[in-house]
Design a protein around this ligand. Structure first.
Ligand code: NOJ
Length: 711
């Protein structure tokens, strides 16, 4: 046993093996069953030790009240039932704590736009403190699926299209939830999901399958999961989709050979919601018994709510489809996480905690700061932002102008609209003295008021229900009616600042041309209104850079920066280059793009070292040549120019966020090691091939200073 594995502790191993030796077959099966009460709460199931975990425990589900939220008293009461069971194995209470609990932070895609994993770590840590105070000990986050198609609604829940950035965010969020030690009562067990390839969803349709080559699977989609495992994540969730024809919940090669064999993962895997049962719909199992055998043998240790394991494991053991060794192994994995989570020592939650831990002023203040750091300034003609007192009468208009709960975003089941200051009120509070704000949520009223205003802030975008699970779209334009709004207001001829609230990149090509400034605020969370006011009026600068490519038109997707060159790239001579005849090839905004309230110049790319001696460093000087202090995300890309397989035209290998005063210059250095250049070839082997490599130190994925080296 490798002693440096974060999930292997001698005292834990001793405890769980001893416990296993005392368990009956039924009790073992019980640990693999995640229970959700539907209409009727089966207390006996818990008393008999036939449920290893509960999902969404709440008064409404147990019949103790009407609240659908979890609370410490409900969880403690259920835990008492677990302690009436023969072996007193504690319950593990699971719930989706995705981008905050009561203090709701920006959606995960927005968090990635901060290019600041440390902020994401802090947000997860606050969410963990809040959620555990209500008895929850396990969250189904982070979602670390790579997403290259913004039609897919769940693009909102991940870190976007890039593997390197995705790995940084995955590790940070796991660390934030789990802390130094999962057993701390204020930490949650994390769950990296959805293993693996879920974002491939053909046509952007959630739950749909897809195909991935072995190199793309290993180099693009698997690394964020590996990063989560290396960060010590306790659990993983299997995905709904079928990948290359094999449903993820039945994929033994990926769940067992890769995850456990190659990466040494010692935690447990839970299925997604009924995804064991859904193997029947996939057409790989005839009934729940077969589905249970397939999923379990593949390496899914716990069945989320379908009860296929509970009802069929015994028969599968009898028939030999599942062995007792396999069952023991799965139970040990589940008990290991329960032990590491401190549940045997601290099964109950202190009832006084939630009053203290939920919605702390410092948490809200942090949420406001984080939201500002996630907002991406896409256009700022004539430096119209931040707004000065030259604009005394400002109209704020659009269907989302009074957004309240809508600011929270897609996965905020415990966020409360009443905790959110409506956008219009928050903007009023943030506006400097002497600036008059008026609001219009209806277009006729807005047109009338616009004539009497100095400037119009248009707030457009998506309702959060239009993004997230199964909220897929065929049209990435603004939701119906909104483009007409923008047309009508822009036709008046006053300066227009467009603010977009959304869970995905929207194809706002026309609106970007029309408006003087465009600020992408995503779904910014509980303090989104105040944060937006801070940015519009210059109390803070927008801190974000795009974690995903913005297409000009829906028909361009999938579109992502790290694509292959093709034999006829756009840069080639001649007519027959890769292109559309009705749309430029380039995206509207490239990955990594974003402006702020000052300007940066890049100069003097230089290198030190020699890759053939193991590593090479590249540096560049970045100067703030604008009038204000500001933060820049300096990005480092490479390209393997000639290899045995076609390689991406650029790949992100590093980034640094620096803050510079006006006139200040800073030298930024990136180190590159041989293994950073490795890639997977068709037979699954990782290789590093000699040759020429290009590098860029750049403000985004389509520009920058270019150099090269030879390996
Ligand atoms: C289904 C979703 O796919 C998954 O992400 C979530 O964690 C589970 N439901 C539990 O709510």
């Amino acid at each position: 046993m490798p002693s440096n594995n974060p999930l292997l502790k001698p005292e834990t191993e001793e405890h769980i093996h001893h416990l296993l030796s005392k368990m009956t077959v039924d009790e073992k099966i019980g640990q693999t069953n995640q229970y959700m009460a539907r209409g009727f709460f089966d207390a006996d199931l818990i008393r008999k030790g036939l449920a290893g975990s509960l999902i969404n425990a709440s008064g409404a589900l147990t019949g103790q009240g009407t609240s659908r939220s979890s609370s410490a008293d409900v969880c403690n009461d259920i835990q008492k039932l677990a302690f009436e069971s023969r072996l007193k194995i504690p319950q593990l209470f699971g719930r989706d704590v995705i981008h905050g609990y009561r203090t709701v932070f920006p959606i995960p895609l927005a968090q990635a736009a901060s290019w600041n994993p440390d902020l994401a770590r802090q947000a997860a840590s606050i969410a963990a403190r809040e959620a555990t105070s209500d008895g929850i000990k396990w969250t189904f986050a982070p979602m670390v699926d790579i997403a290259r198609d913004p039609r897919w609604g769940r693009v909102a829940e991940g870190a976007g299209e890039d593997t390197y950035l995705g790995c940084q965010m995955a590790a940070a969020v796991v660390q934030g939830f789990q802390g130094e030690c999962m057993s701390n009562p204020e930490n949650l067990v994390a769950c990296a999901k959805h293993y693996v390839g879920y974002g491939v969803a053909e046509g952007g349709r959630d739950y749909d399958g897809g195909e991935l080559s072995e190199p793309t699977l290993r180099d693009v989609y698997l690394p964020p999961f590996h990063a989560a495992v290396d960060a010590g994540v306790g659990t993983l969730m299997s995905a709904f989709l079928d990948l290359n024809g094999v449903p993820a919940t039945a994929n033994r090669r990926l769940l067992t050979d890769v995850l456990r064999g190659e990466w040494g993962f010692k935690g447990f895997v839970v299925s997604d919601w009924e995804s064991v049962h859904e193997l029947i719909n996939h057409g790989v199992a005839a009934d729940d018994g077969e589905a249970a055998a397939l999923a379990f043998h593949a390496g899914v240790d716990m069945d989320m709510i379908s009860q296929a394991y509970l009802n069929h494991m015994a028969a599968n053991l009898d028939s030999g489809k599942v062995s007792m060794d396999e069952l023991d192994e799965a139970v040990l994995r589940i008990l290991r996480i329960k032990h590491l989570a401190g549940l045997f020592e601290n099964p109950f939650t202190d009832l006084n905690r939630s009053n203290r831990d939920i919605l702390m002023p410092s948490s809200r203040e942090f949420a406001r700061h984080f939201a500002r750091e996630c907002m991406v300034l896409l256009k700022n003609q004539d430096d119209i932002l931040p707004l000065t007192d030259a604009f005394k009468n400002i109209l704020v208009a659009g269907p989302l102008v009074h957004a309240q709960g809508e600011m929270l975003g897609t996965w905020a089941p415990d966020g409360r609209p009443a905790d959110v200051t409506p956008l219009s009120e928050a903007l009023k509070a943030a506006a400097p003295a002497g600036v008059q704000l008026r609001f219009a949520a209806h277009v006729d009223r807005a047109i009338e008021a616009a004539h009497a205003s100095d400037l119009i802030v248009l707030v457009m975008g998506e309702h959060p229900r239009r993004s997230g699970e199964n909220a897929n779209v065929t049209d990435l334009g603004l939701p119906p009616g909104q483009a007409e709004w923008v047309d009508a207001i822009c036709a008046i001829g006053k300066p227009v600042v467009l603010v977009v609230l959304a869970g995905r990149p929207l194809a706002i090509t026309r609106q970007v041309q029309q408006a003087h400034a465009v600020l992408y605020a995503w779904h910014p969370g509980i303090e989104g209104g105040g944060a937006l006011g801070d940015v519009l009026f210059g109390k803070a600068s927008p801190g974000g850079r795009l974690p995903i490519t913005f297409p000009r038109a829906t028909g361009q997707v999938p579109i992502y920066y790290n694509h292959k060159n093709t034999g006829r790239p756009i840069t080639a001579d001649g007519d027959f280059k890769t292109r559309y005849v009705d749309c430029p090839s380039a995206p509207l905004f490239p990955f990594g793009y974003g402006l702020t309230y000052t300007y940066f110049a890049y100069a003097n790319l230089s290198s030190r070292g020699e890759m053939n001696n193991g590593s090479i460093q590249f540096s560049a000087e970045i100067t703030n040549c604008g009038p204000r202090p500001g933060a820049e995300v300096v990005q480092f890309y490479t390209r393997d120019v000639t290899a045995s397989l076609a390689r991406p035209i650029r790949e992100l290998k590093g980034f640094q966020r620096i803050t510079l005063q006006p006139g200040e210059t800073r030298k930024v250095t990136f180190s590159l090691h041989r293994e950073d250049l490795a890639f997977t070839i068709s037979d699954g082997r990782k290789v590093c091939e000699p040759g020429i490599f290009h590098v860029w130190i750049a403000p985004n994925s389509s520009s920058g200073l270019q150099g090269q080296f030879i390996l």
